[in-house]
Design a protein around this ligand. Structure first.
Ligand SMILES: Cc1cc2nc3c(=O)[nH]c(=O)nc-3n(C[C@H](O)[C@H](O)[C@H](O)COP(=O)(O)O)c2cc1C
Length: 317
């Protein structure tokens, strides 16, 4: 199972938490701009990484082949294990620069970028994309073939059309189609919320592996539980105590970031984690309204003392 790259979430603190809980096969960075990377220092908070966070995939947002060389050179120097090309980001900043989903929409430019990465990077290379703008199969089929032909070692499909919101269920049937078209292994992604979903996605789509995004922040123990339940068919120990997991995350944030950045990342994570609690909206709103990290953690502690998790929901597992 792979951790999905998520801006604002998959930084060193969450990755350390997931490593401590176990079960993740491949961790990921947040999306990194290939253009900016050569000007950053490896100890920049966005790039910080401890030896325990391994193996780690570094996701690059690239718009043009000229950006590839300098970015790959620094990644090589920092000891990158896996490189992932972002072909799915539909956000305005990707649109402005012509990266992410907007690179994927331009096949000749995508080919030039992937070819340039492959020319300069001998290590494992993957590419993560959304489906095309609508139900036409041809552009997706062409993209999938191109990625295999140009030397991607595997591909990840986030099974939503380019502009589709998260409220709409992921289109798992498209993962099955991509699997038929692909010459390389396929990782399925979208709406995996429980260990059972991991098994279901693999059975329904034939995908080779599963990538988990938001559920990694809602239930960081999902990887270990799915590893035991789906792949080893073993018996599960007791559920981890969500309160302890949450406070450990706060501790890791404090170790990894200055107070302002820790607060932002605590808020981002709490938005997802609060779903474990019947009155989670109160937790989310009180953390959201906090003006400093210490205050946010104190409010979270108070909430945890007064509220148990709602274990009947799938989110609580
Ligand atoms: C807050 C947030 C940030 C994201 N940032 C990225 C990103 O930087 N790169 C990327 O390829 N996908 C990004 N995604 C998409 C996820 O990687 C994943 O494809 C999506 O959340 C669907 O998986 P899920 O249903 O398991 O969450 C992001 C998603 C969320 C919710």
């Amino acid at each position: 199972m792979l951790l999905a790259p998520m801006a604002g979430l998959t930084h060193t603190a969450l990755r350390r938490l997931l490593t401590e809980l176990g079960g993740v096969g491949l961790l990921s960075t947040e999306m990194l701009s290939a253009r900016a990377l050569p000007h950053e220092r490896p100890d920049h908070p966005f790039l910080a990484r401890t030896p325990s966070e391994s193996p780690l995939s570094w996701q690059l947002l690239v718009a043009r082949p000229e950006e590839v060389g300098p970015a790959v050179e620094v990644l090589d120097r920092w000891g990158t294990e896996v490189l992932d090309l972002n072909l799915g980001c539909p956000a305005p900043q990707a649109r402005r620069r012509g990266g992410g989903a907007f690179l994927a929409a331009d096949l000749p430019r995508t080919r030039a970028v992937v070819r340039e990465i492959r020319r300069r990077w001998a290590g494992p290379l993957s590419a993560k994309f959304r489906l095309g703008p609508g139900p036409d199969e041809a552009p997706v089929q062409d993209l999938v073939r191109l990625l295999g032909d140009e030397g991607a070692d595997w591909i990840t499909v986030h099974a939503r059309f380019r502009g589709e919101p998260y409220g709409r269920p992921a289109r798992w049937d498209w993962i099955a189609r991509v699997k038929v078209w692909a010459s390389v292994p396929v990782v399925g992604n979208g709406d995996v919320a429980s260990p059972e979903d991991v098994g279901r996605m693999m059975a329904q789509t034939g995908c080779d592996a599963v990538m988990i995004g938001r559920a990694a922040a809602r239930t960081p123990w999902i990887f270990r539980r799915a590893a035991v339940q789906v792949f080893h068919r073993g018996s599960l120990g007791p559920n981890p105590d969500p309160a302890r997991v949450y406070l450990r995350y706060a501790e890791l944030l404090a170790e990894s970031f200055d107070e302002r950045r820790a607060l932002g990342r605590f808020k981002e994570f709490t938005h997802h984690f609060a779903e474990n609690y019947a009155f989670g909206h109160l937790l989310a709103s009180s953390v959201q309204a906090s003006s400093c990290f210490e205050q946010a953690v104190a409010r979270a502690r108070r909430f945890l003392e007064e509220n148990g998790p709602q274990c009947s929901t799938p989110a609580c597992l």
